[in-house]
Ligand binder design. Structure first.
Ligand code: ADP
Length: 290
């Protein structure tokens, strides 16, 4: 089972003729609200991969719809707290050319309490996974608690912050990064990935697939991406990570879980949207990749 301490955001998409400049007010031509946030995306991906996932997080009074959607997608929500405050959200303006600008407000994603983390993880069992990203508070306590209880820790270092990853690096079993984050981590630590105290590191390389650095066997392996025609790469990394951890939780070997994650990530980039369109296991199995 996966316990995911993660962000939940409303993605508010405003379709505009052009991006507003300083001091300018424009009317949007269309509005859509989607479920997003790296945490929610990963929970949905893991649930769609067929594993049990309990999301640990927080929503404001305006976030009931997000809770319902997570439930609908198969995510367990008993440890999502509805509290005072505003649900995290991203206001995304998109112009006719697809260029965007984004204002992000973490809201209740940064109001997670020690009690909430403790109460959730007290129900976890040794061998379960704790998954985290960097869009909530509470990661240091959660990592320590997880290790005391014998959980395995998976961490996606996104959005990258050197102090956040350094604070928990010796506790991480599986670290997932994209190419930019991997370069930032090398710069922040002054070390190569193969010199870090983490058993498994997976670097996603977009259309280039991914690289697996195994610090147990001292091997680095690269895997090609499945070929698709991408239309929207939003959420590809989150889908990849959710599927990867779900595969491992279901007892797959790392190469098997990586293959599943590569298929999920490839199918995801053929779709517009975030959590709402993450493919399920059957869609991935039925898809004929070129
Ligand atoms: P992020 O979204 O975090 O920057 P990446 O862009 O590296 O992450 O994408 C994550 C994964 O999604 C890749 O490892 C790959 O499996 C898949 N993916 C992303 N872009 C493509 C693409 N153009 N074609 C096929 N797979 C892709």
């Amino acid at each position: 089972m996966i316990w995911n301490l993660g962000s939940i955001n409303a993605d508010n998409f405003y379709f505009v003729s052009h991006l507003p400049g300083a001091g300018e007010t424009i009317a949007a031509l269309e509005f859509r609200q989607g479920l997003g946030g790296k945490g929610a995306n990963m929970s949905v991906a893991a649930a769609r991969a067929g594993t049990r996932v309990m999301h640990i997080g927080a929503l404001g009074a305006d976030g009931g719809w997000a809770l319902e959607r997570l439930l609908e997608y198969g995510v367990e929500t008993a440890h999502i707290t509805l509290m005072e405050g505003v649900t995290g959200h991203a206001n995304i303006a998109i112009d006719a050319e697809g260029e965007n600008n984004i204002v992000l407000f973490p809201g209740t994603n940064h109001q997670i309490t020690e009690e909430m983390i403790g109460a959730a993880l007290s129900e976890a069992s040794s061998g379960d996974w704790l998954l985290m990203q960097n869009e909530t508070n509470g990661q240091v306590l959660a990592a320590q608690t997880a290790k005391t209880l014998g959980l395995r820790l998976a961490y996606a270092a996104a959005p990258f912050r050197a102090d956040a990853v350094k604070a928990i690096i010796s506790q991480i079993d599986l670290l997932v990064l994209n190419e930019v984050e991997a370069a930032q981590l090398r710069a922040a630590t002054g070390r190569e990935l193969r010199q870090l105290p983490v058993d498994d590191i997976v670097v996603t390389l977009g259309a280039g697939g991914c690289e697996w650095v195994s610090n147990k066997t001292h091997q680095i392996k690269t895997y090609s991406a499945y070929k698709v025609d991408p239309v929207d790469t939003t959420g590809a990394g989150d889908t990849f990570t959710g599927y990867l951890v779900a595969g491992l939780d279901r007892g797959m070997t790392m190469p098997q879980a990586i293959d599943l994650a590569l298929r999920a990530g490839a199918l995801m980039v053929t779709r517009h949207g975030t959590a709402d369109v993450i493919p399920d296991l059957k869609e991935i199995r039925d898809h004929r990749f070129g």
